[in-house]
Ligand binder design. Sequence first.
Ligand code: NAI
Ligand SMILES: CC(C)CCC[C@@H](C)[C@H]1CC[C@H]2C3=C(CC[C@]12C)[C@@]1(C)CCC(=O)C[C@@H]1CC3
Length: 346
Amino acid sequence: MATHLRSAGKKCTVIGGSGFLGQHMVEQLLKKGYTVNVFDIQKRFDNDRVQFFLGDLCDKEALLPALQGVSVAFHCASPAPSSDNRELFYKVNFMGTKAVVEACKEAGVQKLVLTSSASVVFEGTDIKNGSEDLPYAKNPIDYYTETKILQEKEVLSANDPDNNFFTTAIRPHGIFGPRDPQLVPILVQAAKSGKMKFIIGDGKNLVDFTYVENVVHGHILAAENLQKDSALCGKAFHITNDEPVPFWAFMSRILTGLNYDPPKYHIPYWLAYYLALFLSLALWLLSPLVTIKPTFTPMRVALAGTFHYYSCERAKRDMGYKPVVSLDEAIDRTLQSYPHLRRAKA
Ligand SMILES: NC(=O)C1=CN([C@@H]2O[C@H](COP(=O)(O)OP(=O)(O)OC[C@H]3O[C@@H](n4cnc5c(N)ncnc54)[C@H](O)[C@@H]3O)[C@@H](O)[C@H]2O)C=CC1
Ligand SMILES: CC(C)CCC[C@@H](C)[C@H]1CC[C@H]2C3=C(CC[C@]12C)[C@@]1(C)CCC(=O)C[C@@H]1CC3
């Protein structure tokens, strides 16, 4: 059945709809004929076709009005990974997600689609074409990932066909695209301050970077295929561009596309990792006196220096997923969307 027919008359709520992924979700859902509510702690855009509900997702009572008459809830809210705030991650990603599940059940929402992360299985060592059967990381790389694991478990275990409540989780990796506040802006900032001179390791490590529209496509397919007895119930799915790319080739393409020099010197992975670890320990000791956010954290070094790419075969098989925008096209569109970050040619 055509997607627009299946989605006719569907009402959904995007929790975290003011964020980078959330805004792209809203745009595509509207295009597909959904009626869209946004629930977020902040309002970051205006759209007459969207009903906004401002509130903290940890508060079940605040969530309930946003979920009335809704058949699908997309939960893509999270504190930013760079906030590095353990209590906040635990409160929002774990306790808050419990509140989301409770509120969905109470409001009679039938489907809950969580935005998880492929990093829930990443421990800082190589993963090549990893499937969803990999176990959760025993030693997650940071507090953010630790609570993404708790969150995913909470949502998947809430799947309850007897009570007409179905849940699934999408695990994207390295989302990028127009309006992303993380990847391109952090990279350009690092280049501007002369910190993008080094390639960590031999530069051959393959990584998934996933264009935001493909991630959105995966979420919408998940919602439309999630139903009683479907293979999606209570399961997680990798959504990638299906084109793993060397991490440093991707970074170089973004940098050169914005007129910055690509990194060219190599630094051994272990040296970069221990330098970043030492720096974060030093900054932690100094934290009562000064607050400095380092560019190179052990987590970023691990992400930049190891293989970590994932198979999206399960999503292809169970929901008919196929990336809709190629990596080449995605990079071009992304570069065009950041004219303000482009360096003027000398
Ligand atoms: N950006 C990436 O590369 C990846 C992101 N993800 C996941 O995708 C989801 C979306 O990420 P982004 O759009 O990049 O983040 P974002 O920071 O742009 O958006 C998150 C949104 O959640 C909202 N939010 C945070 N705490 C809230 C609370 N207590 N109550 C209500 N709303 C709250 C924020 O206001 C924001 O609008 C997150 O769950 C993230 O963990 C997963 C894999 C990769
Ligand atoms: C300074 C450079 C070494 C790196 C600059 C780019 C990084 C900011 C990004 C490269 C991979 C990205 C990534 C995430 C955030 C931004 C990067 C570190 C996530 C941690 C976002 C949240 C997730 O769930 C996993 C992502 C993995 C890849």
